[in-house]
Write a protein that binds this ligand. Structure first.
Ligand SMILES: Cc1cc2nc3c(=O)[nH]c(=O)nc-3n(C[C@H](O)[C@H](O)[C@H](O)COP(=O)(O)OP(=O)(O)OC[C@H]3O[C@@H](n4cnc5c(N)ncnc54)[C@H](O)[C@@H]3O)c2cc1C
Length: 407
């Protein structure tokens, strides 16, 4: 195949998911010429994500309130159920989370990046990285166009095919859970501002969720460590004592499958001329699988570090390692807490889930958590609430369970 005309850019970004587009916006706002390459023709589609996001974190990133149509609902409560139907409820003093239309949200981020000066190339897949003398020097597109860039940002999501070409350790496969995400046309007996969460063997190694929309439809999904998520979904809808009533008569109108990386960020997300951001770098909460806020947070750091490297005229690892240090400073305390919490949650049998949820009811854990606003940085959130008497009791109880589960 003939080589076509070269393209030049300061920064080439692979992928226009939230991490790629938000990074592009931050770079363009620093007047850095940025080109984003997205394999799909329509940004945000297909969407595989529930889009359940913390309002507080969106605000901190300057992204909330969002324009009409992107936010589908807001929530100030959550119900947690064991497989036998034992329930624990948390009611918060104000809405703390929202559910987004992910396609519209991704398009909104891309639009903001374009307005700031970034160029988007949709329907343009990146085939490989251009590597010379141990430096990533740009990308080769599927149509054999050569793009040269001073820095390449990999935001390709979980496929992580190009990451391995940069000789970085790929995603830790054992840390993946396999998800099915659906939209259903009706959900009964659910409060419209409460998220429903189903624990234990309903979705081993993770959990299942039902997120109602204001129009009576809902997002229903789960992820599992082993087995076929579709079979677990069928069981959830037909066997679970609570869910089968909530989804009675409902039809699935949309279904998608995708994996979620839960092992915490990869050890090194940079090499000469190269940075990785978002799911490809496993910048995802190990407890909930939420990756949007962490990906955007690290996207801001990418922009700062790219500016530093370009100003210094040094795109080697000597400068780009600042990215790793700053991401670690932003995330590692909370991630290590969440990794332990995830291990603990995975260790609980269904019977233990009954007793844990009953304990939470008896000791007023819901009330102790009622003024929580922070749900992304869960280690720091736990430090803030840990002094309340109910939480001290809970920490003692869960600490013992943890020790027995992880001798
Ligand atoms: C079922 C499910 C539910 C979820 N629910 C939530 C939730 O409620 N809240 C939350 O915060 N997170 C959630 N997540 C996680 C969230 O979806 C991801 O963390 C987030 O989408 C990661 O963004 P990203 O930009 O890194 O990657 P992606 O969103 O995967 O975007 C990567 C982009 O790169 C493009 N691309 C890939 N390879 C190439 C290539 N070679 N050339 C050009 N383009 C390429 C892809 O087409 C895609 O558009 C969920 C995930 C799943 C699977």
């Amino acid at each position: 195949m003939m080589q076509q005309a070269n393209q030049q850019s300061n920064v080439a970004i692979i992928g226009a998911g939230p991490a790629g587009s938000y990074t592009a916006r931050c770079l363009a706002m620093l007047d850095i010429k940025t080109d984003v390459y997205e394999e799909h023709h329509e940004i945000g589609s297909p969407s595989h994500c529930a889009g359940h996001i913390s309002i507080n974190s969106l605000k901190k990133l300057g992204l909330y309130p969002l324009q009409k149509g992107i936010v589908e609902n807001t929530f100030n409560a959550a119900n947690f159920y064991s497989p036998s139907g034992t329930k624990f409820a948390i009611h918060l003093k104000k809405p703390v989370t929202c559910v987004l239309n992910r396609t519209k949200f991704d398009q909104h981020l891309a639009e903001q990046a374009k307005q700031a000066g970034a160029t988007f190339h949709t329907g343009t897949a990146v085939k490989s990285l251009r590597i010379e003398n141990n430096y990533v020097k740009g990308v080769n597109l599927q149509d054999d166009t050569i793009v040269s860039s001073k820095i390449t940002v990999d935001a390709e999501g979980i496929s992580s095919r190009l990451l391995r070409q940069a000789k970085l350790e790929g995603l830790y496969r054992k840390g993946l859970v396999y998800a099915v995400e659906t939209e259903i046309d009706q959900a009964d007996n659910v409060d419209p501002h409460t998220v429903e969460v189903y624990m234990g063997s309903s979705a081993p190694g993770f959990y299942a969720w039902l997120i109602p929309r204001l129009d009576g439809t809902a997002k229903l999904g789960l992820a599992t460590k082993h087995g076929n998520p579709q079979n677990y979904l069928k069981n959830l809808m037909t066997q679970h004592p609570i869910v089968k009533k909530q989804v009675k008569g409902a039809k699935i109108v949309k279904i998608d499958y995708h994996a979620i990386p839960l092992a915490g960020p990869i050890g090194q997300a940079y090499s000469n001329g190269f940075l990785a951001v978002g799911d490809v770098a496993s910048q995802v909460k190990p407890t909930t699988g939420g990756g949007v806020i962490f990906g955007l947070t690290c996207g801001e750091i990418v922009a700062d570090v790219v500016k530093l490297a370009l100003d210094l005229g040094d795109v080697s690892t000597n400068v780009l390692n600042v990215y790793q240090k700053r991401c670690d400073a932003a995330l590692s305390f909370d991630v290590s807490f969440m990794l332990r919490l995830r291990r603990f949650l995975n260790s609980l049998s269904d019977e233990r889930w009954d007793s844990v949820l009953r304990f939470c009811n008896r000791f007023g854990i819901g009330k102790a958590l009622s003024d929580v606003e922070e749900i992304d940085y869960q280690g720091r959130m736990m430090m803030r609430v840990a002094t309340k008497p109910a939480m001290l009791a809970a920490l003692g109880y869960f600490g013992l369970l943890y020790l027995f589960a992880n001798p």
